[in-house]
Design a binder for this molecule. Structure first.
Ligand SMILES: [Zn+2]
Length: 395
């Protein structure tokens, strides 16, 4: 490490004192991490333990998760330049990675001299949860434009006002509360001060802890069972829109785990639900990198089902009127139309998308040179039919 890098590292905000004062498991982890790094890295002679602690805190505070272009996590990296960008829950930019290269992509027009803001956390979470996460990890209270408004955004909406919660669910929550078997009042689940809002806070807390438990399960099948329990809760209580967290996160986790265990038809049906009903609400820009990647994954899954997996059997079960070829073409055309903006035209992901799209077009016209004629119109028409597949899964 050069002297410049070393001093840049030391200048990073570490929140050491705040983390120490807060204590708890996070501070314990920092102490262990710092002690381990200090003891085993041959730096005992040159730096003091408190410096190692300060660096550990700076890494926790400033590190970005390294992801593949399709947002699969690979590890963490520390980029002092990227760490300088401030946070907003309504950011005008997003960090995208391409191998070791990191770039900021705009999500909205940014005027000259306007501050570039990224998000440090999952901004699709409700207001109270965002605030708690920012306080705990980054030690500040967010006053961004979205947090200053009353919680009226889609991430804070229930299907009905809390007092309209079905009687049997209200009774269930009250009984669980009396028995002391629900999570204690976590400020991250705050909904409101009246009794009906407190019941919703309990239900929301139960859903988030179901997701957390499922993620920590021993294997994909156990994870699936746990996530399905959580999703049933969100669905059956009749209060969660499909895009409200943690319901939407659960569905994405279910999608990934269904792929892992090879249950492609269910993964597909869940992916279609996310494509039509969730992503347009949570990521309104068609070129939002997360939305583009989700659409790409669905396109690749459809292609796999149509060509490798038992396509005929799948086709029979989905009904003969659905044309997987048109769906693959339509999804890929959408990704192709957005990837330059979402990832940059020279990114390896944009090149991959272009290559795949060309390949599919060649395949579709082999022996049928006119196969792509009027394709845009056919896609548009077919999308109404495709949209129905979003309703296959009850929850
Ligand atoms: Zn905010």
């Amino acid at each position: 490490m050069s002297d410049d890098e070393w001093s840049a590292l030391q200048r990073l905000e570490s929140h050491l004192e705040a983390k120490r004062a807060r204590g708890g498991s996070q501070w314990q982890e920092i102490e262990v991490l710092a002690l381990g790094a200090w003891r085993y890295s041959d730096t005992k002679e040159t730096i003091e333990l408190p410096t190692a602690q300060q660096i550990s805190c700076a890494i926790l505070t400033n590190a970005l998760t390294i992801v593949t272009p399709t947002f699969d996590p690979l590890g963490v990296c520390l980029n002092p330049f990227a760490a300088l960008a401030n946070h907003s829950c309504d950011p005008n930019a997003v960090v995208v990675m391409d191998g070791p290269e990191l770039s900021f992509r705009s999500l909205k027009p940014i005027a000259k001299d306007e501050e570039v803001l990224i998000s440090y956390i999952d901004v699709t979470n409700p207001l109270a949860r965002r605030q708690e996460e920012l306080k705990e990890r980054y030690h500040f209270t967010c006053a961004c434009s979205k947090c200053q408004k009353d919680p009226t955004g889609p991430e804070d909406k229930f299907l009905k006002p809390p007092k309209k919660l079905m009687k049997k669910w209200a009774t269930l929550v009250d009984d669980l509360k009396k028995a002391g078997s629900v999570p204690k009042d976590d400020p991250a689940n705050y909904v409101g001060d009246d009794i009906a809002s407190e019941r919703m806070a309990v239900l929301q807390g139960m859903a988030f802890s179901a997701l957390q438990t499922a993620r920590g399960a021993s294997g994909p099948r156990e994870t699936i069972a746990g996530i399905e329990n959580g999703m049933r809760l969100c669905y059956q209580c009749g209060m969660f829109p499909v895009y409200r967290q943690p319901y939407a996160q659960m569905r994405h986790n279910l999608f990934i785990n269904m792929l892992t265990v090879g249950n492609f038809p269910i993964a597909w049906a869940q992916g279609v639900k996310t494509y039509f009903l969730i992503d347009p609400v949570l990521f309104p820009q068609t070129y939002h990198p997360v939305r583009v990647v989700h659409t790409w994954t669905l396109a690749m899954l459809t292609l796999y089902i149509a060509s490798e997996y038992n396509g005929l059997q799948f086709q029979q079960s989905v009904g003969s009127e659905l044309d997987l070829g048109i769906i693959i073409y339509g999804l890929l055309a959408e990704v192709y139309g957005n990837v330059q903006r979402s990832h940059g035209h020279s990114s390896s992901f944009a090149k991959l998308v272009q290559r795949k799209f060309e390949e599919v077009k060649v395949d579709m016209t082999r022996g049928f040179p006119d196969a792509l004629r009027g394709m845009e119109g056919r896609v548009e028409k077919h999308w109404k039919l495709f949209r129905h597949a979003a309703d296959w899964m009850q929850y």
